[in-house]
Design a protein around this ligand. Sequence first.
Ligand code: ADP
Ligand code: ZN
Length: 737
Amino acid sequence: MRFAQVALPIPRRTLFTYEIPDAMTVEAGSLVLVPVGKREQAGIVWEIRETPAWNQGPIARIIAPFADMPMLGGDLLHLLDWIARYYLCPIGSVTAAALPGELSFQRKRRALWLGSPEELAALPESLHPLALRLAQTKAKGLGEETLGREFGLKEVNTRLRNLEKRGLIRIDTSWNARLPTTGQPITSSTPFVPQSRPELTDEQHHAVDRLTQALEQHAFAPFLLEGITGSGKTEVYLRAIEACLQRGRQALVLVPEIALTSQMIERLSARFPDSLAVLHSGLSRSQRPREWWRARLGEARVVIGARSALFAPFMDLGLVIVDEEHDPSYKQDGTVPYQARDMAAVRAQKNQAILLLGSATPSMESLANAQRGRYTHLRLTRRVGGGVLPSIEAVHLGDPAIRAVLGRDGLLSPPLCAAMTQTLQAGRQVLLFLNRRGFAPSLLCHRCGQAIQCPHCSVTLTLHKNRSRLLCHYCDFTREPMDVCPSCGQLSLFHFGPGTQRLEEECRTHFPQARIARLDRDTVSSGRHTLEETLTAFTRHNLDILVGTQMIAKGHHFPGLSLVGVVQAETSLCQPDFRASERTFQLLTQVTGRAGREDQQGRAIIQTFDPHHYAVAAALGVVGDFTLREMAFRHQAGYPPSQRLALLRFSAAVQPEGEIYCQTVQSRLAENPDAIFLGPAPAPLFKLRNRYRWQLLIKERPGGRLHRALPGVLALAQSLASSRIRLELDVDPYTFL
Ligand code: ADP
Ligand code: ZN
């Protein structure tokens, strides 16, 4: 007898043992259907054993395997295992994160008629169509549609069982995986024919040479490609992919958000027609598994997708590219808080593949790895075709003359307005960036100073004018705006703090002739095509002014754009987050870099209350080396990449209970050679969705190892928590709210 250790997509830390029926072939990595209580569930075979694990009750058998071939190769099992250990989360939750949600089995039932034709004719007429159609019908589909109104599923089952008892029919049940296993594996001998492509610049040439040499070695090699906007990083990716495909291997391209990646997808599919698989959330239930198998069988040679594409299966993965590697959306929130960029390195390592991280503004983590010599640092310092970087100026919003013009809620300063007028008159385009959506963030009382808050979360409600609603950006609570301040009862509420919607309105007032559009989460979620349509319209110069949040800051290439305005540099700076300066510098550099990418020099204007802040000044080009300064700060304060961090979050529905728990945890935390504990303290966002929240910051000691301390801390916290306390451990956290 053989047994399989199976990981099930449920939040459990253990594997489950099942017996493998004699005739069944399953291997580690196979997807199987197994009984779980009264239900059936898909799971992953982790390992095969000759004996069952100890202390196991009666052992159930695997019902059916998914396909002849293991869906997940050894490298993926290794990755999932790594994630479970590194982030200290249940292997079951990791499995759930990795499996495509659409994965399911269908039960097919077939009834064989055993009786005579006379007996068939004697059946109640209502059972005729049923008996005939059963041959192809799935159990789940045996609903009203098939059977007519007078039959429920239960009654049909009863009648069928009666027929079975009378020996008239035999019912066979079989299971069918939803995933098609068609498709011929492409062997590595299938030649890859490169398409026509541009002559590389010297810098690109050098980078591609290094990457190709590394591919030749067939060993893990990590690279950081730092290239200013418009320096041709994507072309380097394309060449590296070519070189990888020529060696018969496959490539994975991770992007921060697939919806903002249409240009990259176009370029990839133009260069690698027929061999591209795009994994995005819009795929249907049948499409996603199909794309998975195409990758697994080697039919898709290049896979592109956001974060979760990290878990796509491959035949032979030779290259992993992480585009815009600094982007915070690579970090997943929730029960499996993995950082896809870091895990891409784990996956590449196991596959003896090349890791290529690309960005105009690399993360401090990756820069530190490059400085320590762990990553090969490749640089592209010049724009392709001799294009120059935009000239960047600051407008000091605190300047009394400017304040006098702007008044209480004006957004466009005279210098920015003048530049916009000039640009529009020259027939060029303008991009305005404000990292805050809505009309004004809040309704504020000028008498008592209170802002209108969400009753469930400790944040102010945001005013959205189109919907004439106040909206909580955390829990989606909405209500009508009021006229009277709930705290002091006066008619004294006014709109405070601008959002993109207000900005759009101000643009329309100033430039009534211009064609204006806005891109943020509000406009995008209101219709699926708006995002692409708007980006395309702006690319084709069917719009003059585009207003938006960070959505417009990402890798897009707009040929007619010559002026970028940053409306308020501070929006990302005033965050309780040690990465606030890094984020600000990155956003400012990325968004100003959109200007003037081809023949014309672009111009950027940054409006700010603090032009001397080093993140702003560095984006303005006033002070050199942002990295040096930021690294010094991280080192001094003991933050990543100098020391690792983890954040233990917990919440309680009742405030005193949470406080008591806090005190207990605090008193039990012992001196630790590996970690320093800060807190527990109330989270900045203290109340969220009616729960009170605290956090404990766990900081690696210099010379210590965070991961030696974490299991003990988590175990302690868990042992002290009642079932009403919710705990969440976030290793390498990116949000501190
Ligand atoms: P990045 O990703 O660094 O912002 P891209 O790869 O998008 O830059 O390149 C910017 C533009 O230059 C694109 O239109 C691209 O097609 C073009 N380009 C890139 N490399 C070359 C080259 N070697 N010769 C001519 N054009 C190039
Ligand atoms: Zn709320």
